[in-house]
Design a binder for this molecule. Structure first.
Ligand code: C5P
Length: 208
């Protein structure tokens, strides 16, 4: 590939965003969080009283940069609605060129679900970041509440929400969540953010 794109895919709350942001800083590349695009489309649909299962293509075409800077894109209702609008092939098509354009300008670290498989299949480096649902649920909870979850019932809810979203993302016909054949798998259950970054930097160095 002519542009240095690093593709980071994986299920919900695996630590893709943290890794991608830090990696972009280390490598001095722009960072693109593609989940924000789907979240922004879902937000527009919800705001307009629409149904994420049917609406989305129109909202995807109307997306403006300010939509991705809203503070209310990380709410649980948006998690689920984003995963539902992301099933529409038309929504995906409307967002595809934006993502490619961003990456081609001067390279980028890009995180999402289909970056290594669909958006940048020629990316010279691809990682698939995973962790068990339990670990991801706990991390997501800490992110939102600033402290670990000590209530097993509450944690079970979080695990269920994460599993629903992953199953939906993996089962869809259009650009399902799956590792590219040439992606390096990184399991992060026993690593903190610094450990994941180190590990990935080491692999990139070995690749040259
Ligand atoms: O990564 P994040 O959790 O912000 O993504 C929200 C939702 O957007 C995902 O559950 C997925 O359905 C969708 N998405 C996608 N393709 C991407 C990035 C996100 O389908 N490249």
């Amino acid at each position: 590939a002519k542009y240095p794109v690093i593709a980071i895919d994986g299920p919900a709350a695996a630590g893709k965003g943290t890794l991608a942001r830090q990696l972009a800083e280390v490598l001095e590349l722009p960072y693109l969080d593609t989940g924000l695009l789907y979240r922004a489309v879902a937000r527009r649909v919800l705001d307009q009283g629409g149904d994420p299962a049917h609406d989305g293509p129109e909202q995807a075409r109307q997306l403006v940069p300010e939509d991705m800077r809203r503070n209310d894109l990380r709410e649980p209702e948006v998690d689920q609605a984003a995963s539902i609008v992301a099933r529409h092939p038309e929504v995906r098509a409307a967002l595809l060129e934006r993502q490619r354009h961003f990456g081609r300008a001067r390279g980028a670290v890009v995180d999402g679900r289909d970056i290594g498989t669909v958006v940048f299949p020629d990316a010279p480096a691809k990682f698939f970041i995973t962790a068990s649902p339990e670990v991801r649920a706990q991390r997501r909870y800490e992110q939102r509440h600033g402290q670990p979850c000590t209530d097993p019932a509450r944690l079970a809810e979080e695990i269920a929400a994460i599993n629903t979203r992953d199953e939906q993302d993996a089962a869809r016909a259009a650009a399902p969540l799956r590792p590219a054949e040439d992606a390096v798998m990184v399991v992060t259950d026993d690593l903190d953010a610094a450990g994941v970054l180190d590990h990935v930097c080491q692999i990139l160095q070995e690749k040259g």
